[in-house]
Design a protein around this ligand. Sequence first.
Ligand SMILES: Cc1cc2nc3c(=O)[nH]c(=O)nc-3n(C[C@H](O)[C@H](O)[C@H](O)COP(=O)(O)OP(=O)(O)OC[C@H]3O[C@@H](n4cnc5c(N)ncnc54)[C@H](O)[C@@H]3O)c2cc1C
Length: 433
Amino acid sequence: MKSFKYVLLGGGTASGYAAREFVQRGVEPGQLCIITSEAVVAYERPALSKGFLLADKPARLPGFHTCVGKGWERQTPEWYAEHGIEYMTSTRVVSADIAGKKLVLDSGEEVGYEKLIVATGARPATLRELGVPGAELEGIHYVREVAEAQALYDAIADCKARSARAVVIGAGYIGMEVAAALAGNGLAVTMVFPGGMLMERLLPPEAASFYEEYYKERGVEVMWGQRGAGFEGEEGRLEAVLLQDGRRIEAGMAVVGIGARVNKELFEGQLDMAKGGIEVDGRLRTSNPDVYAIGDVAAFPLVGYGGQLQRQEHVTNARLSAAHAVSAIMAPEETGDYEYLPFFYSRFFALSWQFYGTNKGKSVMFGDKGAAKFGMYWLAEGRVVGAFLEGGSAEEFGWIKAVALRRPEAPATEERLAAKGLAFAAAVAAQEA
Ligand SMILES: Cc1cc2nc3c(=O)[nH]c(=O)nc-3n(C[C@H](O)[C@H](O)[C@H](O)COP(=O)(O)OP(=O)(O)OC[C@H]3O[C@@H](n4cnc5c(N)ncnc54)[C@H](O)[C@@H]3O)c2cc1C
């Protein structure tokens, strides 16, 4: 059995940033092994629904291997080899033996560890598992891994050649980004989702309506209050999407973004679970002292939010939790609790927004929707606890981040806060400096 001091299970975004931190902290050649079922080494996953799908000069590997998302060195396969890191690609771990401190690979081989970091992320929830008729047809796409994004990209070209429509099912960030990319590629696009408004999990209707109008103006057909109830095809290939209300949309392709399932099954019954993932403490350590979990799979205590356990399926958490876990392993005396400020961003068409903190509480909108520059504050117990901004500059995004970090007292009235708008955040940031 091969054995390593450190094993990183999963080769996604968190894994790439963990590898960087190991190297920064002086891991020795031969001490670290990374195992991933993907055929390539770690990359910046958010690129798959953005730059990867662009009509013009799409992003391709090796261009977006980690850690270019932070402007740091691009870790190609050669980088891992140079640092003496053993990287097993196209290798699935099929079982884990926590008591015996070993993993079993799909080849039947075993890999032992002293410390294990679980970075298995998540996979798309599928309509097939929900039993939707026709969900197995060719032409129905999901996007999580680079191979899937490539298949989607090829399908776009095929649809274009056949002048066929694309249907996007789901209006979370994947649905929003993919629909924009498909429209940007010149396809006719219909979005179908069960809610009443795009982005309604994040934004209240007065802000969310902006996005619906924006998409419609760019030719995207928006069908809310609808689920993909079934698919029709011929010779195994998608021909139409069927809606709940009986309508039928002819389609050359469909892209499904209806949420994710956490890859935690290997550890069920062996590690404590919480919030649909693996429970960790402030040092990203699981219920077993030699096993850590990072990224999407980890349910960690959110400092500043009463230590509530939360999972965050966001790239910033993947990067920061990775570095924190490695620091906790290699420099325990200088590592405190993981302090994370919930953050999310997205880009579609010419739009770009950021969100910090929490969207629980009363919302107050500010700015100018007509100029595509507006924002939102959330108030709870007299404090501003979250902030969203569309169309901000880097400096302005920094201001709203300062608001969510400091949670300042709210002005006396909501009207006053709305009138102050971004100036309120600027003042908070100035106090921070
Ligand atoms: C298309 C897309 C766009 C996104 N855009 C944004 C965005 O704009 N902003 C944002 O904040 N977040 C975004 N995210 C979310 C972000 O990418 C994730 O939060 C991040 O990738 C999580 O990193 P991770 O390493 O925990 O998991 P992942 O990056 O998913 O990596 C998990 C890895 O583990 C491997 N693995 C799993 N099980 C096994 C096994 N048994 N054996 C071997 N290998 C295994 C997988 O193959 C994969 O390589 C996006 C996600 C997707 C899919």
